[in-house]
Design a protein around this ligand. Structure first.
Ligand code: PEP
Ligand code: MG
Length: 896
């Protein structure tokens, strides 16, 4: 598709989302498969991008719009805003990625003081015409002219109150005519200009506003949250209006072809009679269900079901749709592959495989590690005592406990001071987004599964219960009246269950998820539809993946759990925690030792303790590789704090001067050493291999403990597979110094207890090591990328400091979309991983290479490691299933 900016629906298809936006591409697709879509055209994202760069509409766009509008007018047999019988259009935004609630819609464009009369006459319905006009002035005022929505809704509510009615349809044509006059006055007052009467000017301003709205704060926040690029831009759809507000035989609705919460088969959705588009999603009136539609208008209902079946077959996925019925005629206004909960994602994938709609590989593509992680969240303990306040709809699963807050600002403020909060609203709107981001959960008293709260919460993976009608939320009083009695005030703790929709008073204890229980071997796959769906997908991932998955585990318990979760070894056993607690004393002894004998005595005391640590870990991982890293952190971490010890010694000195006890000798000596070892930048100081070279006894003792433990395990019939790993190596010469010492120990242990097969490898954590990996690989048996340090050392970011100090500013400025400590910076740090791997293997073909930084459990990073050709990723035990799934997905997404 060349340099043109405007496309008729008949010219596009679903595969051109980048250019046409999601909504436009799918409208085009539906048009082309013969579904009833009102005619229209799409102004492409190219036009938006040009507009965003230059601040004006690109050359030639106007002429193209003229041409497409003329064609639309011809098709419809009437001109835009024609005074006796107007063509009206909807102007709707649609980016490539759906951004619920972010971008805006203006309906009924083309109405003015004259054409409203024409519309009333041709439709033979005064009320409908004036209702349409008041909607246009209101939407145009808010979206295009930037007037606060309250200005209009306030006037609307005032009128309803004056007339003594509660529902919109109870207002008469005369009421609405008066309301239009009021609205037009409000526009003049707040925007300093009259509501434009010229239809084409309405259209142009609306298009302009859609483009502008790409850069509102709300849109930017949503994109940052969802990691959507700011550069995509949005398309604009100009669609001939069809009317759901033409009386009882008309209406509008949204629906899912399957339940987006559970994945169950069946049709789910909301329907509003005699209403227009945005009324449903906004949740401003309580809706009927799609099942009710069967009763109201059987013909349209049957047609809707027929179309939904066509869509599922065509898209081979669960779709969500928006439709309008105008006097018994059904129109499709939108469809897309529907957002769903993690539970639904797994079950739908499974069901669609069984139905023959997709194959196993496609099933694997349809779920994500992030969704699996969510299924592994704890749930409320069924056995716990709990006080049910209300039951709404489970709109987004999870178990959330927190203090009630009633607005976004309070949510943000309380969350910033570390409180867990539940945002409670009648219904949410896009202004609540910040509060929804920081809240543990979201609770609304109105609206259905397709309300703003539900859609956005599902997108964010935030727990949400909506439509809990037994709760009367009074935001100004900052309290909730519970129907069956009782009041919940701001700051009170509640618990909400996003699966069942239950709302409980106080804090309900949580229990393990079913999926975790399954991985633990406690719940068989066949016992439950969801568990079996997960199990089947995992099987497919495991059988296809090339990356092995190991765990970062330092204790026998963690090792055993990791193994139950499917770990194929330990990729990183950190040993530092083994020197804390009671053993800290022995480390102090080692450091303050005056001579070699004292030093050796401290090491001798540590040896059997270390040996025992390793024996238990080898036992838990019998038959699988266990990579043990020799001690890494700066020594001062094992010593008392410099300031505290200085104060303690100073106090003792003061007491001594006043005739009290003399200063404790050990404290005095210890202080000397703490001072000696104090560093300005400990992360760049005496740690890792440097420590092993300065105090060789420590590494030697650890190597001995590892090899003795392995020999002992062998002696009792075990199958230990030790891999000794040296941290923070920058030069092959550092590595060789240590390797030699380990070889000596190995020879001694072989003499004493029998030989043990083992490997000696290195971490690659420094840029120099990656760049000189070919040299290091001459000596090292294996590599493991320590991407935490590698990120720290490549960016020069102190990993302990930067995330809390300036990363949020970096994210705000788009310097990166996500912290490079969370997801690998594939461009920079990733390039070092690639170079290190390639160079390492050039010197030692087949060199075994893994990664053990936090990135080993991050989905995006896992796909990268797969691409670079690593042998395994290693991550925390709880992430192991996620890594297995993503390693499998990396293969099938590559194949597509
Ligand atoms: C790393 O640097 O990536 C690593 C795994 O080591 P640590 O986080 O213990 O420094
Ligand atoms: Mg490290």
């Amino acid at each position: 598709m060349g340099t043109k900016f405007v496309y008729d629906f008949a010219e596009g298809d679903k595969d051109h989302k980048e250019l046409l936006g999601g909504k436009g591409a799918n409208l085009a697709e539906m048009t082309n498969i013969g579904l009833p879509v009102p005619p229209g055209f799409i102004i492409s994202t190219d036009a938006c991008r040009a507009f965003l760069v230059d601040g004006t509409l690109p050359d030639g766009l106007r002429a193209e719009v003229d041409e497409h509008l003329a064609r639309l007018e011809q098709t419809m047999g009437k001109r835009l805003g024609q005074s006796d019988d107007p063509l009206l259009v909807a102007v709707r935004s649609g980016a490539a990625v759906s951004m619920p609630g972010m971008m805006e819609t203006v309906l009924n464009v083309g109405l003015n003081d004259e054409s409203v009369v024409g519309l009333a006459r041709t439709a033979d319905d005064e009320r409908f015409a004036w209702d349409s006009y008041r909607r246009l002035v209101q939407m145009f005022g808010v979206t295009v002219l930037g007037i606060e929505g309250d200005v209009f809704s306030g006037a609307f509510d005032a009128l309803k109150q004056e007339r003594g009615v509660t529902e919109d349809p109870e207002l008469s044509a005369d009421d609405l005519r008066a309301l239009v006059a009021t609205y037009k006055a409000l526009v003049e007052q707040h925007a300093g200009r009259p509501f434009p009467q010229e239809p084409r000017e309405q259209l142009d301003l609306a298009v302009d506003a859609v483009f502008q709205s790409w850069n509102t704060d709300r849109a930017r926040l949503y994109r940052r949250q969802e990691r959507i690029s700011d550069d995509l831009g949005t398309a604009v759809n100009v669609v001939a209006m069809v009317f759901g507000n033409r009386g009882a035989g008309s209406g509008t609705g949204v629906a899912f072809t399957r339940d987006p919460a559970s994945g169950n088969q069946g049709v789910y959705g909301d329907y509003l009679e005699n209403a227009q588009g945005e009324d449903v999603v906004a949740g401003i009136r309580n809706t009927l269900t799609i099942a009710d539609l069967e009763r109201i208008d059987k013909t349209s209902y049957d047609e809707l079901l027929r179309i939904m079946a066509i869509l599922e077959k065509h898209y081979r996925d669960m779709c969500d749709i928006e439709f309008t019925i105008e006097r018994g005629k059904l129109w499709m206004l939108q469809t897309r592959v529907g957002k769903r909960t993690p539970e639904a994602a797994f079950r739908i994938a499974r069901h669609m495989i069984s139905e023959g709609l997709i194959d196993e590989d496609e099933g694997l593509r349809r779920v994500t590690g992030a969704q699996l992680a969510q299924l592994m969240f704890p749930r409320f303990d069924e056995a716990a005592e709990r006080t049910l306040l209300a039951t709404g709809m489970g709109a987004s699963p999870g178990a959330a406990v927190g203090k009630v807050v009633f607005d976004s600002a309070t949510a943000v403020e309380w969350a910033a001071r570390g409180e867990d909060v539940i945002l409670v609203r009648k219904e949410t709107n896009p202004d609540d987004l910040q509060g929804m981001v920081v809240a543990r959960g979201i609770l609304t008293s109105r609206g259905g599964k397709t309300s703003h709260a539900a859609v956005v919460a599902r997108g964010m993976g935030r727990t949400c219960v909506c439509g809990a009608e037994a709760l009367d939320v009074d935001v100004s009083a900052r309290s909730v009246q519970v129907r069956d009695g009782g009041v919940v005030n701001e700051g009170d703790v509640i618990s909400i269950d996003g699966t069942t929709g239950e709302v409980f008073a106080g804090e309900v204890p949580v229990s393990d998820s079913l999926i975790v229980q399954h991985f633990e071997g406690e719940v068989p796959a066949a016992s439950n539809d969801l568990v079996s769906a997960v199990a089947r997908v995992m099987e497919r991932a495991d059988s296809g993946r090339r990356l092995r998955v190991r765990a970062n585990a330092d204790t026998p318990e963690d090792a055993a759990r990791a193994r139950r979760f499917g770990a194929e070894g330990i990729g990183l056993c950190r040993t530092e925690h083994m020197f804390l607690g009671e053993r800290r004393q022995l480390v102090e002894d080692l450091i303050v030792a005056d001579n070699e004998t004292e030093q050796q005595a401290a090491l001798d005391a540590l040896l059997p303790l270390q040996r025992q640590d390793f024996t238990e870990i080898f036992e838990a991982m019998d038959g699988l590789p266990v990579t043990i890293r020799l001690i890494d952190p700066p020594l001062h971490e094992f010593l008392p704090d410099l300031t505290e010890l200085s104060v303690a010694v100073a106090l003792q000195e003061q007491r001594q001067q006043q005739g009290g006890d003399p200063v404790d000798d050990r404290d005095r000596v210890l202080l000397e050493h703490v001072r000696r070892l104090h560093e300005q930048n400990p992360m760049l100081g005496l740690r890792g291999v440097r420590l092993g070279i300065l105090i060789p006894g420590l590494f030697v003792m650890q190597a001995r403990a590892i090899l003795e433990a392995a020999a002992d395990r062998k002696a009792v019939g075990g199958d230990p597979r030790p891999e000794i790993m040296i941290p923070l190596v920058a030069s092959v010469r550092e590595f060789d110094v240590i390797r030699l010492k380990i070889a000596q120990v190995a020879a001694e242990v072989a003499e004493e207890r029998g030989a043990v097969d083992h490997l000696v490898g290195t971490m690659i954590e420094l840029p120099r090591a990656a760049i000189l990996a070919d040299h290091i690989a001459e000596s090292a048996d294996f590599f493991s990328f320590g991407t935490n340090d590698l990120t720290q050392m490549t960016w020069g970011f102190s990993r302990d400091d930067v995330e809390s100090s300036f990363f949020s500013t970096y994210l705000d400025n788009g310097i990166f979309d996500i912290s490079p400590f969370e997801s690998l910076d594939t461009q920079g740090v990733g390039e070092l991983v690639r170079i290190g791997t390639e160079k390492g293997r050039s010197a030692r073909p087949g060199l075994h290479v893994g990664v053990c930084g936090e990135h080993g459990g991050d989905p995006r990073s896992i796909h990268f490691f797969h691409g670079v050709g690593l042998d395994y990723v290693s991550c925390s035990p709880f992430r192991v299933p996620v890594a297995r799934l993503e390693a499998g997905r990396a293969v099938v997404s590559e194949q597509r």
